[in-house]
Design a binder for this molecule. Structure first.
Ligand code: APR
Ligand code: PHB
Length: 402
């Protein structure tokens, strides 16, 4: 398991957070010969212990390959050419490859992506501090940035050229930007997702997104022997209220008869409830501080965009920093926030749209419900509408930045 390395007094880019955003940025900059230090408040075990999604867009797969950490994804990941929507007991397949001129997604757990990145960083002996305490960032608005933290009881100040805030929604970087300089946008959904991980073969070869009168459900997987299922649940539910039996019974009630019959259940190895929110903080740069991933934006998991957006932010930021050091041009850095936000808002729109379409909203009864039904009926009958869904699901091209 990776552990902390000797701490330099100076680096080029100080990265706060060893989630997928921070680790991928560190790897892409390492491949370009740029020094980085990663400062993470949790242990590596803790970071790897988080259960997160696992649908990888082509753009993200390409970024992992560019960072030299794509081999295991290609070996163990499951390429998916399609995805299914089950609406009131009827299954409809969305042909991703056919509707996008050959694009698909790969099902490969975010935990595995994080593990591959951590192992690559440890193998290259790149400076990384886990279990860092009292992490704070300074001087990014005055051009002399440095990060301060305590490690093994000792206080460290590490000077740098830039700070990359990859410390997630609850990190220290975004709140370090003066509130007057930030504009935030948020939508909190009136329900959560109850998720279960089980060592049982998936109910279907492809993901099934379910809209039913009893609420949303999702049938996903991590491998051919490990499955991941979700149920829309009231926000005030507690995990303890849901026994495994109750979970499987409720899932069967929401599935089409074939899937309900095919469902293989088992003891849950992880069970948790996650709230759903859409959140964006603008701008994504403040002086020498650059935010990426969940530090700047959150999407509801319905569109499987969280990890992919973090990766595309990091791709843009890495290219901009490489341009700064190699070509002494700051054009990329100066446009980073605008370029990243243009892509972020499109992914926010898609995630909000799919969430609004496939979930039950208490306040939707009547006209709202009819709108949902009409939108679904149109989607099921229109190749053009299915192409829009497919195009967004596989990931919009990186250069669609304006
Ligand atoms: N100091 C140092 N590290 C911190 C601090 C802090 N003050 N606060 C948070 N961190 C660390 C967290 O412990 C975590 O490991 O920053 C990391 C942020 O990682 P993520 O939350 O995974 O965010 P990101 O790398 O942007 O990845 C986004 O993760 O949550 C999913 O759906 C999301 O898939 C998306 C992806
Ligand atoms: C998952 O596998 O956990 C998953 C897949 C697709 C989603 C959300 C979560 O949209």
């Amino acid at each position: 398991m990776p552990h902390s390395t000797p701490i330099p007094s100076r680096t080029q880019v100080a990265i706060i957070g060893a989630g997928p955003a921070g680790l991928l940025l560190g790897q892409l900059l390492h491949c370009a010969g740029i020094d980085t230090l990663i400062v993470e408040r949790q242990s590596a075990e803790h970071v790897l212990g988080r259960i997160r999604a696992g649908v990888i867009e082509q753009t993200t797969a390409d970024a992992l390959d560019r960072a030299g950490v794509g081999a295991r994804m290609h070996r163990e990941g499951l390429p998916h050419d399609g995805v299914e929507l089950c609406v009131d007991g009827q299954r409809h397949r969305i042909d991703l490859v056919g509707l996008t001129g050959g694009k698909r997604v790969v099902v490969y757990g975010q935990t595995e992506v994080t593990r591959d990145l951590m192992d690559a960083r440890a193998a290259a002996k790149l400076p990384t501090v886990y279990e860092a305490q009292e992490v704070s960032i300074h001087g990014f608005e005055s051009g002399k940035p440095f990060v301060r933290f305590r490690s093994n009881g000792e206080l460290h100040d590490v000077a740098c050229d830039f700070i990359a805030g990859c410390d997630g929604f609850h990190g220290v970087c975004r709140p370090s930007i003066p509130a007057s300089a930030l504009h935030t946008f948020e939508r909190v959904y009136p329900f959560g997702w109850l998720g279960v991980l089980v060592d049982a073969p998936p109910v279907s070869d492809e993901l099934i997104y379910v809209r039913s009168p009893r609420g949303f459900a999702l049938c996903s997987m991590r491998s051919r022997t490990r499955s991941r299922y979700y149920l829309q649940c009231p926000l005030n539910n507690k995990v303890e209220q849901w026994s495994d039996v109750a979970f499987w019974d409720e899932l069967r009630r929401r599935l089409d008869p074939q899937a309900a019959a095919d469902l293989v259940t088992g003891p849950s190895i992880e069970k948790s409830i996650a709230p759903l929110r859409s959140f964006v903080s603008e701008p994504m740069r403040f002086g020498k501080l650059f935010l990426a991933g969940d530090a700047a934006h959150i999407v509801p998991p319905t569109g499987a965009k969280g990890l992919n957006l973090a990766a595309s932010d990091v791709l843009l930021l890495a290219d901009a920093m490489i341009e700064h050091y190699d070509e002494h041009s700051d054009a990329g850095l100066d446009h980073y926030s605008a370029h990243a936000l243009a892509r972020v808002w499109k992914a926010e729109r898609f995630s909000w749209w799919l969430t609004s379409l496939m979930h039950n909203f208490p306040e939707n009864a009547g006209f709202g419900e009819r709108m949902q039904e009409a939108e679904l009926a149109y989607l099921m009958g229109s190749r053009a509408a299915q192409q829009v869904l497919a195009e967004n699901y596989v990931g919009l091209p990186m250069d669609a930045r304006r």
